[in-house]
Design a protein around this ligand. Structure first.
Ligand code: ATP
Ligand code: MG
Length: 253
């Protein structure tokens, strides 16, 4: 059975998509069978994995609202090295259609194919919307990317309340996989302060790996490539490889 990890933080621009795509690629390079699920109408993870969001045969919209079998909605990205269940702005319509009791649709669909993968990574949108809810209910754990900046911890309590609410009701299995510090800049005075607070709150749930600010990470999506393919020697590539390794070691005990 796959480990299903939702990458979520309702704060925008913290590195959710960069982490989803590049962690998926890192795990795939370590002989893991990986599916990346894009449930963000922005479709950035879809594009970043080398699929054209404006030209999708099938997408998460079909899965979530048209009863299309999940296998028909999954495509292999040759460039990226993993499977993708793509998404685009059609998901905005799905958001509305799911309002009436549609919170379990993704969970049920992923259960059907869970045996075919080692990891399923879900890239969530920057909101606590019905789409994110579908992601969190489908997941076994949540990976939270965070920037070490002044307001970073503020939004976190809303997210933690949501996680607690879901764990107490529909998805008792849901755990925090970990917190990953992104766009990390050790020269910034706040970095150490926020890190200390994260250690206090989350203990060893805080990944030791940090993802540095690296311009190559920002460039790679415009070529539809994970960093590992775009520039395998960059500090960004090495960091995401390290994150994949740390995750695997945690899971293998
Ligand atoms: P949204 O909330 O809109 O979905 P997000 O949380 O998915 O955003 P990303 O899209 O991954 O965040 O990152 C936001 C921007 O920062 C992007 O332009 C991305 O290329 C850039 N970025 C992410 N991580 C890094 C990094 N470590 N170094 C440099 N740039 C980065
Ligand atoms: Mg994103």
């Amino acid at each position: 059975m796959a480990r299903i990890i939702a990458v979520a933080n309702q704060k925008g621009g913290v590195g959710k998509t960069t982490t989803s795509v590049n962690l998926a690629a890192a795990l795939a390079s370590m002989q893991q069978r990986v599916l990346m699920v894009d449930i963000d109408p922005q479709g950035n993870a879809t594009m970043g994995s080398g699929l054209d969001k404006n030209n999708l045969e099938k997408s998460g919209y079909d899965l979530l609202t048209q009863n299309t079998p999940i296998k028909e909605c999954i495509f292999h990205s040759e460039k990226a090295g993993f499977d993708v269940l793509p998404g685009n702005r059609d998901l905005t319509a799905a958001e509305v259609e799911l309002m009436e009791g549609g919170q379990n649709v993704l969970r049920q669909a992923l259960q059907e194919i869970s045996g075919s993968y080692d990891y399923i990574i879900i890239d969530c949108p920057p909101s606590l919307s019905m789409l994110t809810l579908n992601g969190l209910i489908a997941a076994k754990s949540i990976l939270i990317p965070m920037q070490c900046e002044y307001y970073a911890l503020e939004g976190l309590s809303a997210l933690l309340e949501t996680i607690d609410g879901i764990a107490a009701s529909v998805n008792p299995e849901l755990q925090i996989e970990g917190i990953i510090r992104t766009m990390y800049d050790p020269r910034n005075r706040l970095t150490q302060e926020v890190t200390d607070q994260l250690v206090q709150h989350f203990g060893d749930k805080l990944f030791r790996t940090v993802i540095p600010r690296n311009v190559r990470l920002a460039e790679a999506p415009s070529y539809g490539l994970p960093i590992l393919v775009y520039d395998s020697n960059s500090t960004g590539a090495l960091a995401y490889q390290a994150l994949g390794g740390e995750l695997l070691r945690r899971h293998c005990g």
